[in-house]
Design a protein around this ligand. Sequence first.
Ligand code: SF4
Length: 250
Amino acid sequence: MNPKFKNLKRIEFSVTYSCPGRCIHCSEAGKGSEEHISGEAGARAVKRLAEIYDIKSLMCFGGEPLLYPDDAFKIFSAGRDSHIPKIQIITNGCFSRSDQIIEKTAHGLLESGCNNVLISADAFHQENLPLETVMKFGILISSLLPGSVNVSPAWIKGPDGDNPYDKKTAEIIKKFNDIGIPSGKGNIIFPAGNAIKYLGEYFDPEKTYINPYEEDPRDIKTVSINPDGSLFGGNIYQDDAAEILENYRE
Ligand code: SF4
């Protein structure tokens, strides 16, 4: 086994960079396109990696992953069949205007084995995405997966931050709490993408910010597969995911 991956525990899929949101803090800004991962290729990669590594969690995110629900469901089903214990999605909850599609998608999450739903909601997301739609999805999915749905907000400083964004986010979180959806700790915004452009005044120019998503290249615990199938210089459309990791040397 390639020693860089001896502690590999998590597989992530960026299903697509496409998204109906226009969040000013988005680190994926400018990457938007309709390209999305193939569910079949993603499922194959999950099965291969889970055969070799002790994978504990699988996540789909984006962009907005539920713009391509069937592909996410194929990836989740492969995770469930491979006995990966934690199967997660992070969604902004605004993937369709149709109640019928929202309902079908929520049931699809349950049936494909997703067991943890994180809903991105905060002052930034709700500048463009209607809170009412997000809450409607939240109520539905938490009725199907009770105790396994959380709001996952982005903060500038945190819940007690003395700035207009954090104050507004705290109000939004309370609305979810009031309908029985608790808040996870979320994340503190990292200066990248749109965040540098629009929120620069909130970052300290003297401070070195450490990207919380950066991995130690000698001990990689999470692998991330992109919408075009790329993974560590290889591509899961053409190559076996396990061989890509085995042959990775950089
Ligand atoms: S919902 Fe997520 S991916 Fe979409 S613009 Fe907002 S932060 Fe970016």
